[in-house]
Design a protein around this ligand. Structure first.
Ligand SMILES: Cc1ncc(COP(=O)(O)O)c(C=O)c1O
Length: 373
């Protein structure tokens, strides 16, 4: 179903600084945007635009190698894991996971934690029997069931979780050690905190939130999960075949990969994942503290499970929401509408969002409350 919640008549912001709070594609750091602009006509003095570089040539292979190494350094990825760059977004992986990881007829465990987990479940179910280990659906996804409550099947081929529910504003705070491979959709909180990599069998993330632009999905897969492809699975969608060919089985999304490489360097220059995690905590806590102290705004999510990346809240008087969004956009605070399935306000705080953006938003929220409260 097409999304109909995006306000059509939001005015263009007046001049001045803008902050883009979109959930993805999302804000890029200004220095990365400037570098793209600078390098676009002539990449590293090669006489070719990045958009024109052949993916089989040494310059592009080197770029891919550097990106893999930068990612390995940032996340301290153990040597028995492979990094794959796949076409398309995380939604493609929803169906490709069972096709790549399960034997025909084998089942998988899924945690139903919100909008994106529900999507992942619906798609995987087309290819394999699934066991839902816990679901927050009956409670409107206000909390995530803790691992002690998960009804795990020890015979499952893997256990799937969504580390950050972008639409619902919920985030898994801990990753348990399981007896089956833990598989995580990390599309919206990848590279926002350090990870205990050895607990995972596979991690995947669309790039257009913290790793650049749309068209690329990044996977980190443990070696032993790379199996010969099932009959009928097209080769570019086989993890094992892509791993064998260093993600160059077909032309990779070269421009998205280039932007991802720039983003990895940018994160490293900021100080790495501990710094990203502390910045995310700082930005989100400022918002949650303000919302919790207010009678005008409210956040429905259980505090322990609230996302540090996508802060979702409502105005107590929902009739004021269109004015809130319009007035915010007019002052340069862009794309604050909540996900179509949830409504309300969503503030996406990916790595590129500076604290100054949150401070501007808080000042606006305060003023809006004074004018309308
Ligand atoms: C957690 C999560 N998973 C999956 C997706 C889908 O990503 P894509 O549209 O790139 O397939 C999104 C998109 O917002 C997401 O936030």
């Amino acid at each position: 179903m097409a999304c109909t919640c995006f306000p059509e008549d939001v005015p263009a912001p007046r001049s001045g600084e803008h902050y883009n709070f979109a959930a993805g594609p999302a804000m890029l750091p200004p220095t990365v945007l400037a570098q793209i602009q600078d390098e676009l006509p002539d990449w590293r003095g090669s006489g070719q635009s990045m958009l024109e570089l052949p993916f089989t040539g040494a310059p592009f292979k080197n770029l891919m190698r550097e990106a893999v190494q930068d990612l390995r350094d940032l996340l301290a990825i153990p040597s028995n894991y492979r990094v794959l760059f796949m076409h398309g977004g995380a939604t493609c992986q929803f169906g490709l996971l069972p096709l790549n990881l399960l034997a025909p007829g084998q089942s998988a465990d899924y945690l139903d934690s919100g909008y994106w987990a529900t999507k992942a479940i619906a798609e995987a179910r087309r290819h394999a029997p699934l066991n839902i280990i816990a679901s927050g659906a009956n409670d409107g996804f206000r909390a995530i069931a803790p691992p002690e409550q998960w009804r795990l099947d020890p015979r499952a081929g893997y256990c799937h979780v969504t580390s950050n529910e972008t639409a619902n504003g919920l985030q898994l705070q801990h990753f348990p050690e399981l007896s089956v491979p833990l598989v995580a959709d990390m599309s919206s909180d990848f590279l926002t905190r350090p990870l205990p990599l050895e607990r995972f069998g596979l991690i995947y993330a669309s790039a257009q939130k913290n790793l650049g632009i749309a068209g690329l999905c990044l996977l980190i897969v443990r070696d032993d999960l790379l199996k010969a492809p099932r009959p009928g699975l097209p080769s570019p969608f086989s993890y094992a075949l892509q791993a064998e060919q260093q993600s160059r089985l077909c032309t990779p999304p070269t421009f998205a990969l280039y932007v991802a490489a720039l983003m990895l360097r940018w994160i490293a220059r900021q100080g790495g994942l501990e710094v990203m995690a502390s910045a995310s905590r700082g930005k989100s806590q400022r918002l949650y503290q303000y919302i919790d102290a207010s009678d005008f705004y409210h956040c429905r999510q259980q505090p322990a499970d609230r996302s540090a990346i996508n802060v979702c809240f409502h105005l107590r008087d929902a009739r004021l929401l269109p004015d809130f969004l319009k007035e915010a956009a007019a002052t340069g605070l862009l794309n604050l509408q909540g996900h179509c399935a949830v409504g309300g306000v969503r503030v996406s705080l990916y790595n590129a969002m500076p604290l100054a953006g949150v401070e501007r938003l808080l000042a606006f929220m305060h003023g809006f409350e004074r004018r309308h409260g």
